[in-house]
Write a protein that binds this ligand. Structure first.
Ligand SMILES: [Zn+2]
Length: 370
């Protein structure tokens, strides 16, 4: 870690919002000076300068000369940074630091604007009230801390950042799924700290409310409208109720995943509802009017004469409302002929008379196997 040795003073910063670290601030060696090249020197020029100096101070050429040996190590170290495009860019962004003005230091180096810092991304820090603002160290500190943090995680805290989406699951009854319901939901959201208006500091000090995180977890009582017709496994998006965005970034969304319970009698089949209706043999034979319960209440309907067990009838528009089309599905009921319970001579006599009504064997023509 070339930068780890560049240390002086104390700097408190908040690393990508979650952790606080006390890190000693940093004084740089000037690698360019070490190699005797200009800051803007081209890669070949850097290499050339390195080779020349390395030859000059190489321990083989200077046996028993500790000064030359130290110089050789410095040259190697400088070259290790300046010959690596990424490291060099980091070093350039970090800037050369010769002094510690006012107990802090000039993080931007000479002639470098803050933008260079912000591009480094990732870490917001605060110069311990020494009049410094917020900046970003990002990957640089990732390196210092041995982080190996990915670039995607090290986002700038000063650019607008959208808040993360949040997810939660609610369980509702079958009826609530069919009718829809407005649910009071306590939702924990990460939002900008109210004490410091999301800056992490108050009057140059770490905000005591959020302890510098700039964000707090707030519990909000939301009313989430679960729409009529929601099915098990559907998700409801509550716009802007995820984690709060930072620096003007948009808030994340809240996704409410809905588990819908079963019903002992009604079954959901998409937008349709299915049920089974028992009828008696005389009702099936002669036809009758029956009341069929639906999710919209009872519907009086006719069982036509000669209805068979297992026949399904449709009640249009008596199902569940489609979330998109807003049209209602149907209620499909299947009749099931039930046999009177108990045995009696009168019953057997009646059954014999009924048997005479069958003009043919209902199982005639059925296959007897494969
Ligand atoms: Zn705060």
């Amino acid at each position: 870690m070339e930068f780890a040795k560049l240390i002086a003073g104390v700097l408190i910063f908040c690393r990508n919002s979650r952790i606080f670290l006390l890190v000693e601030a940093v004084v740089a060696e000037d690698y360019y000076k070490t190699l005797g090249v200009q800051r803007g020197a081209s890669a070949p020029d850097v290499k050339k300068a390195y080779r020349k100096l390395a030859r000059k101070y190489h321990p083989d050429v200077n046996p028993g000369n500790p000064q030359a040996e130290r110089r050789f190590k410095e040259i190697q170290e400088a070259y290790a940074v300046l010959s690596d495009a990424d490291k060099r860019s980091q070093y350039d962004n970090f800037g050369r630091v010769d002094g510690i003005p006012g107990g802090g230091f000039d993080p931007f180096g000479r002639g470098r604007g803050r933008a260079g810092w912000q591009d480094a991304g990732g870490v917001r820090f605060d110069f311990g009230g020494a009049g410094g603002g917020m900046g970003d160290l990002g990957d640089l500190f990732g390196d210092i801390l041995g982080g190996g943090r990915s670039r995607s995680r090290s986002r700038s805290r000063t650019r607008p950042q959208p808040g993360a989406d949040q997810e939660m699951t609610v369980e509702i009854s079958f009826a609530d799924g069919v009718r829809g319901i407005s649910l009071p939901l306590p939702v924990q959201r990460q939002v900008a700290c109210t004490g410091c208006h999301g800056t992490g500091s108050q009057g140059g000090r770490i905000c005591p409310t959020c302890r510098g995180r700039a964000e707090i977890i707030s519990t909000e009582k939301l009313r989430v409208k679960i729409p009529e017709g929601i099915a098990d496994g559907n998700r409801v998006r509550v716009s802007g109720k995820g984690a709060a965005g930072t620096n003007g970034g948009r808030d994340g969304d809240l996704y409410v995943s809905v588990k819908v319970g079963d019903h002992p009698h009604f079954k959901r089949d998409g937008d349709d509802i299915r049920s089974t209706i028992p009828i008696t043999y005389p009702e099936a034979y002669s036809g009758t009017a029956i009341e069929v319960g639906t999710v919209h209440g009872p519907v009086l309907t006719k069982v036509p004469p000669g209805t068979n067990s297992g026949q399904t009838f449709r009640l249009r528009g008596k199902g569940v409302r489609n979330l998109k089309t807003r049209a209602y599905g149907d209620h499909l009921y299947t009749v099931e002929i039930v046999v009177p319970s108990g045995m009696s001579p009168a019953g057997e006599e009646a059954a014999r008379r009924v048997a005479e009504l069958y003009s043919k064997d209902p199982r005639a023509g059925l296959p007897t196997g494969l």
